[in-house]
Write a protein that binds this ligand. Structure first.
Ligand code: ADP
Length: 339
């Protein structure tokens, strides 16, 4: 069943609840008002009746006056009842329309969240399907071949392992995303030295940088932050890893940290393929990957790194910005509050 149908039914149900509550309140108030007004009227008419009775004169004239009083009383009672009924009908109609409108407002973010979740599951399944299909095809071809040499079998296993690595990396990224969505890291905030974190992240990426003859230059200030060490290291690793991945052979990367007012600024600059301005608004979206097929690079990835980086920065009340020019390189700047 499409979302809108589910939420439409729920919206009608919520409107009905709003209506029942408002109708109950309005009808009970009207009943109380009706009882007290009629009570006052009855007392007034009783006094008038008493006055007519106590006057000297013919009883037929008195009788006529009493009948007139009684019919006047009935008229007033009916008029009050009709007015209260109309007021109640008006209140219920207004409550119905505004209840439907308000329930729409209540469900709009829920509907957006359901859509987002669905898109996420569809994208994640799509990302999983590609390496799984490759893995399956390779294995099927190998099984069908009559004579397979040890060398060929090794090559096949190596290629299988690459696909398994891709699946593992996707699973790790998905887990990281869900961990940061749940705000779990805030409980682990403590004092952390920024330069030590950068050193750790760089050390992990040196083998990849070496394989592309890329030099990583550092210019680090001694700064301390309050944050979660593990996730901050992950943030730096994502940004430096991207800088290496999207740089051509033999280029360099500059990492700089500085104090700006009460914040630490981390600048990661590369001289790689850069990002087109048309891709810029989307690079922090989950699963978004810019097309790098025109450049000489073939880079593996799932388009999750920058969305995780953004989430980590948000959790630390920081900001992340990027400046880039295609063919010239990119500069990612992260600002995080100092301790
Ligand atoms: P992935 O790198 O796995 O594709 P990311 O979320 O880390 O996913 O990045 C999203 C996209 O942003 C990348 O596909 C790439 O096109 C672009 N991008 C990120 N960092 C850089 C960079 N340093 N240089 C050029 N492009 C980049």
């Amino acid at each position: 069943m499409p979302n809108s149908l589910i939420t439409h039914a729920a919206r009608i149900r919520l409107t009905a609840w709003y209506l029942i509550i408002i109708a109950l309140i309005s009808i009970s108030f009207s009943y109380v008002i009706y009882r007290s007004v009629i009570g006052d009227l009855q007392r007034g008419f009783a006094v008038a009746e008493y006055r007519v009775q106590s006057q000297i004169g013919y009883s037929s004239v008195k009788q006529e006056a009493l009948e007139m009083l009684a019919s006047e009383f009935e008229l007033v009672r009916h008029a009050i009842m009709l007015r209260l009924l109309l007021i109640n009908a008006g209140i219920i109609a207004v409550a119905g329309v505004s209840g439907y409108f308000l329930s729409g407002k209540t469900f709009a973010p829920i509907e957006a969240m359901i859509d987002e979740q669905k898109r996420f599951v569809a994208d994640a399944s799509h990302e999983l399907r590609t390496p799984l299909t490759a893995l399956k095809t390779e294995i099927e071809v190998a099984i069908r071949s009559k004579k397979i040499t040890v060398r060929e079998a090794r090559a096949l296993l190596k290629s299988n392992l690459e696909e398994v690595d891709k699946i593992q990396s996707l699973a790790n990224h998905l887990l990281a995303l869900s961990r940061y969505e749940n705000n779990q890291v805030r409980d682990r905030f403590k004092k952390v030295a920024l330069s030590a974190l950068i050193d750790k992240a760089v050390t992990k990426l040196i083998p990849l940088a070496r394989s592309k003859n890329i030099i990583i230059k550092k210019e680090l200030a001694e700064l301390e932050l309050i944050g979660d060490e593990v996730s901050l290291e992950e943030l730096l690793t994502i940004l430096i890893d991207n800088a290496v991945k999207y740089s051509l052979e033999g280029s360099s990367i500059n990492i700089k940290t500085l104090k700006v007012k009460r914040e630490a600024k981390i600048v990661i600059q590369d001289f790689g393929v850069g990002i087109k301005s048309s891709d810029m608004p989307y690079i922090f979206n989950r699963f978004y990957r810019a097309d790098t097929s025109r450049s000489k690079l073939a880079v593996d990835g799932h388009g999750l790194g920058l969305s995780i980086a953004k989430k980590i920065t948000d959790l630390h009340n920081g900001t992340i910005e990027v400046k880039s020019a295609p063919g010239k390189g990119s500069t990612f700047s992260v600002t995080l509050p100092l301790k």
